[in-house]
Design a protein. Sequence first.
Length: 174
Amino acid sequence: MDEFFDPAGVAVVGASSRPGKIGYEILKNAASSGSDVYPVNPNAEQILGMKCYPSVSAIEEKVELAVVAVPPEKILDVVEDCGNKGVKAMVIISGGFGEAGNEELEREMVRNARARGIRIIGPNCIGIYNAENGFNTFFQKNMELPAPGKVAVLTQSGTIGIALLEKFAGSVGI
């Protein structure tokens, strides 16, 4: 599970230079944790002062985790790109899969990821947070997060997850 919660290299696929956009907030939050983070956007040279890459496979350094915020029609190409790079885990923020009636695309994404040895959290999720090291791939802006503790939170619902984390902030460690 380290590749999810304490990864050696993080690609943010769908990174954006526009504040408020999901790809911008994920990149900003992940970079603020001190992890080695690499923005991936074929239409940008630099985002938040970091060199931008056209693809995950173009990153020279080791990447264990890809956090993905791209339209669903691009996900199969992203899974293939991550597999070619040797990425071990993906957090897929993007929606528009089984929850939107696109079950076959979701099944194909999972099949392709399994064939490449990639584990997935998502799709259609809010991201992950590790209180121990501060690693944060949420796309919410300026969210107060809980301190480290002995409670873990795993939810199917992003709304409930955010409500719990905000409730725990300042009182219960996770």
